[in-house]
Design a protein around this ligand. Structure first.
Ligand code: PMP
Length: 466
């Protein structure tokens, strides 16, 4: 494919963007001064900008394009469904074929836990709406169970669960809480299981994992076990910086939620659909959730869709409990669900979760770990097809660079300039590339990352900072 520069388009869109478009999580004055990057097309694992640069998409769009770009069958599924029935609601005691088939399909893909199946699905258009749904749904469940005092949901600092009022409250991003008096009442947080932040001298990751899980037990006892409705967590924290918990963390969390009878919500908006080498991440960690949040890669990001997978324990009570006064116009949108079905077909046919589990995941782990020999890098770790490294000025202590040096942003810029998308989260540089990557693609990506690290190091040397 040729790289065609489109400078006129770039200048026009830049000006219009600055004049009219409010971006998510963006300092608009700073962006306007710099000029937004215009992405014009994509194929496979590559995106192109209006300057004709080809860039390896190390973030799968935003953790979602698991099947890669340019998949014809997804476009055809959308076209066919739009021609047949572009929309009909599911409120008027009516249904349509795609959401019914997708609900069934998802409940088949999700393995049972302790013999209990996931039997039902509630559809939304995003991960945030799905997590909002949990807040209402778990409280409804406990009301129906005759325990209406069980309202509190426990989450973790530095978690990301979305951007609506309830989802941002569930999340543990302090910068989000500062804007708009969050969290809302009834949501409390514990520390994240981030070994490199919280380890004590001489403590192994395994010992730390158990200690971190017990923060949950302490919080349950502080709130009062009869007041806690649920614990929500990402199996691997994504937007928080790809925080991979020690192997001992989840089994201990599982023991604790069972002991106190509280519901467990696994937010798999990033981790499901092959990202960690399984259809659902709870399989990988031996978690036994009652509820699972999904979104993003259910359609490989081609159209918006999210939802909640509901396990037998909760579904039975809800189904028998009368009307649950909750729902969205687009709950079960036929086009979104048709694209999701085509996407799951494709992922099954190409065995993408198995490929990540058995081949590309282990290969990425091996190759990504080699970056730890770079003078800028403290730790380089991965899990399936997510990975993160720590930028540090001292490999022994992992001391970060001063925040106002903005080394992460500098590195991110060098990544773009070198031709690979990496995201900066504090001192961590992270990736979540498309699952269709081959070993050869992984080699190319690691080379690009190393070149971007070299360029960052050279800048810091020039500035006399290292
Ligand atoms: N949960 C998790 C774990 C996420 O990573 C995200 C988005 N990055 C969300 C929820 C929110 O999803 P959305 O942006 O689709 O609302």
């Amino acid at each position: 494919m040729t790289a065609v520069a489109e400078p006129d388009l770039k200048h026009e869109l830049r000006a219009l963007d600055a004049a009219h478009f409010l971006h998510p999580f963006t300092d608009h004055a700073a962006l306007a001064a710099k000029g937004v990057r215009v992405i014009t097309r994509a194929e496979g694992i590559w995106i192109w900008d209006a300057d004709g640069h080809r860039i390896l998409d190390g973030m799968s769009g935003l953790w979602c394009v698991n099947a890669g770009y340019g998949r014809r069958e997804l476009a055809e599924a959308a076209y066919h469904q739009m021609r047949t029935l572009p929309f009909y609601n599911t409120f008027f005691q009516t249904t349509t074929e795609p959401p019914v088939r997708l609900a069934r399909r998802l409940t088949e893909l999700a393995p049972p836990v302790d013999g209990r199946r996931f039997t039902h699905v509630f559809f939304t258009s995003s991960g945030s709406e799905a997590n909002d749904t949990h807040v209402r749904l778990v409280r409804r469940y406990w009301d129906l169970m005759g325990q209406p005092q069980r309202k509190v949901i426990i989450s973790r600092w530095n978690a990301y669960h979305g951007s609506t009022v309830a989802a941002a409250s569930l999340g543990g991003m302090r910068a989000m809480h500062e804007q708009g008096d969050l969290p809302i009442p009834g949501i409390v947080h514990i520390e994240q299981p981030y070994y490199w932040q919280h380890r004590q001298p001489g403590e192994t990751p395994e010992a730390f994992g158990v200690r971190a899980a017990r923060w949950l037990e302490e919080k349950i006892l502080e709130v009062g076990p009869d007041k806690v409705a649920a614990f929500i967590a990402e199996p691997v924290q994504g937007a928080g910086g790809v925080i991979i918990p020690p192997s001992t963390y989840w089994p201990e969390v599982q023991r604790i939620v069972e002991r106190y009878g509280i519901l467990l919500i696994s937010d798999e908006v990033i981790c499901a659909f092959g990202r960690l080498g399984h259809w659902f991440a709870y399989e990988r960690f031996g978690i036994k959730p009652d509820l699972v949040t999904f979104a993003k890669a259910v359609t490989s990001g081609y159209v918006p869709l999210g939802g909640v997978l509901v396990g037998e324990r909760v579904a039975r009570v809800l189904v028998e409990g009368g009307e649950f006064t909750h729902g969205y116009t687009y709950s079960g949108h036929p086009v979104a669900c048709a694209v999701a079905l085509a996407n799951l077909d494709l992922m099954q046919r190409e065995r993408l979760p198995e490929r990540v589990r058995d081949d590309t995941g282990p290969y990425l782990a091996e190759r990504f770990a080699t970056l730890a020999d770079h003078p800028l890098v403290g730790v380089a770790e991965s899990c399936g097809m997510v990975a993160g490294l720590i930028l540090t000025r001292d490999k022994a202590t992992l001391e970060p660079f001063p925040e106002d040096w903005e080394v992460g942003l500098l590195c991110r810029q060098h990544c773009f300039d070198t031709g690979v998308v990496m995201r900066a989260v504090g001192a961590r540089m992270i990736i979540a590339p498309p699952l269709v990557m081959t070993r050869a693609d992984i080699d190319v990506m690691i080379d690009l990352i190393r070149r971007a690290l070299d360029a960052t190091w050279a800048d810091l040397q020039r500035q006399g900072r290292v």
